[in-house]
Design a protein around this ligand. Structure first.
Ligand code: ATP
Ligand code: MN
Length: 460
């Protein structure tokens, strides 16, 4: 196995090596050529130095930005500044050319919008390389965290009959012939002919199944794709995103908040410790406050505040919001960001929301008006986590279900958890891409996932 450039840059010089990668730039003159080579293992390039007289002119001509090459040479202490080691090329093989007239990533400084149109090539840019390596590191850190804290990784289904409280609009899954739909006698679509014999959709949340897991295994988490036919074109919503949903038996809402805070701080700390080069790059090129913001979150205690207190602050703020503020209304991102960025200047966990703006399964408070929900609000992002203690009392849960006029046809399995061995329990959902927006400093959620799915866009 050839060592990666990341490995080579950290090994002692003075020996022959083989390097493979994509050409970022080539510069030089008649006497010397400098090739910056990158293989994706690190944001840093390795410098290849070649004496043009020692190579076939045809080969040198093919070494252009984007081309893939293999170099054999001596790893030596660099004569120039900017890098500790470089490779004095002895042999160069061209794996794949990249026509300079056509290769779309010629010059630097493309807009994010343009790069989205070439999402198949953008991982080769410094920015997307950094983002995707951080995405990988965060996925690993999430599994590591839960593994070290006694959680069981539970895979919940992606195709489902249940709509999880209407957390979002759903994408229907069907094999019916849309040109020629089977009908019942009354004229309705006959789903008994569909693949599952029922109407099914892609999941908007694994929570309900997660609760079943928690009431058998104690502490579980899911980490998988989630689909919402969100017709909102915002920088914080995707139609396909990844969600992390821990669910814990015997946790009340306080335990839930403690976990959420510790979890997210641990992840950010992991990024600071393990993604230093990529973060330094993003801090320089994308967001000059990135690293200080990350360090801030690790150090500070999150503010904990009830919805009612938060609403009071908003109403007395004197700020002109686009959406009005009054008790009972759901918070918009502008409100969340006011509390976090202007008022407290730190992350806020907002609790005890009006029951009418939250899902049926949240534990009801004594006041009859609010529920034990908890949303974690972050600078630049707004809501990053949504969670709650769950209503564990069968009677109270059924009363709420009836109040909302919900059907229990597809929920009997869920209600069994409250019928048999019910217990206090809590959980939350963290949007993986929202976390990545925060950790990378990128401004748009389309730019922290390799191939974003949004309204009218499913290319690649
Ligand atoms: P929002 O109000 O921002 O739409 P939500 O209340 O619909 O969020 P939940 O249903 O509580 O969110 O989902 C849990 C978490 O999943 C959210 O805190 C967020 O991090 C993430 N999330 C929700 N919808 C999306 C989406 N469309 N794209 C990316 N992440 C999302
Ligand atoms: Mn939503």
């Amino acid at each position: 196995m050839t060592p990666t450039i990341k490995e080579l840059l950290n090994t002692p010089h003075g020996r022959e090596v083989v390097v493979k990668g994509w050409v970022r730039t080539k510069r030089g003159n008649k006497n010397v050529a400098f090739i910056a080579l990158n293989d994706g293992s690190t944001i840093n390039n390795i410098q290849i130095v070649a004496d043009p007289s020692a190579f076939d002119e045809e080969i040198l001509k093919k070494i252009t930005t984007g081309a893939c090459i293999r170099v054999t040479g001596d790893l030596v202490e660099s004569q120039g500044s900017g890098q500790a080691v470089e490779v004095q090329a002895k042999e160069i093989e061209i794996y794949g050319e990249a026509d300079p007239e056509k290769y779309p990533l010629q010059k630097k400084g493309h807009t994010m919008e343009y790069l989205r149109t070439i999402a198949h090539l953008r991982p080769r840019t410094n920015t997307f390389g950094a983002v995707l390596r951080i995405r990988n590191a965060m996925a690993f850190a999430i599994h590591k965290y839960f593994n070290e804290h006694g959680f069981v990784y539970l895979n919940t289904p992606l195709i489902t009959e249940s709509d999880c409280e209407g957390a979002g609009e759903m994408f229907q899954v069907t094999t019916l012939d849309l040109e020629n739909l089977p009908r019942t006698e009354s004229g309705a679509i006959d789903y008994s002919e569909d693949f599952f014999g029922k109407q099914t959709s892609l999941t908007v949340s694994g929570q309900l199944e997660g609760e079943l897991g928690a009431m058998a295994l104690g502490k579980i988490y899911t980490f998988g794709p989630t689909f919402r036919a969100e017709n909102s074109n915002t920088p914080r919503h995707l139609a396909e995103f990844w969600m992390i949903e821990p669910e814990m038996a015997f946790y009340d809402v306080q335990d839930n908040m403690d976990l959420a805070e510790d979890f997210i701080k641990t992840l950010v700390r992991y990024a600071l410790e393990n993604c230093a080069d990529d973060l330094a790059f993003l801090n320089k090129m994308i967001d000059p406050e990135l690293i200080s913001r990350l360090e801030g979150v690790v150090k500070t205690d999150f503010v904990r505040l009830t919805y009612t207190e938060g609403m009071k602050i908003l109403m007395e703020s004197g700020e002109k919001f686009e959406f009005p503020v009054y008790w009972g209304v759901d918070l918009q991102s502008e409100h969340e960001r006011y509390l976090v960025e202007k008022y407290f200047k730190k992350p806020v966990i907002l609790t005890d929301y009006p029951k009418d703006i939250k899902a049926f399964y949240m534990k009801q408070n004594e006041d009859g008006k609010t529920v034990r929900g908890m949303d974690v609000l972050f600078p630049k992002i707004g809501e990053i986590i949504g969670g709650s203690e769950r209503e564990s009392d069968y009677g109270k849960l059924m009363t709420r279900i009836n109040e909302l006029g919900m059907s229990t046809t597809n929920l009997e399995w869920y209600l069994d958890t409250r019928r048999y061995g019910s217990c206090p329990h809590s959980g939350f959902g963290l949007g993986f891409e929202r976390l990545l927006l925060f950790v990378t400093g990128m401004a748009n959620i389309r730019d922290v996932i390799p191939f974003p799915r949004t309204p009218k866009n499913a290319e690649f």
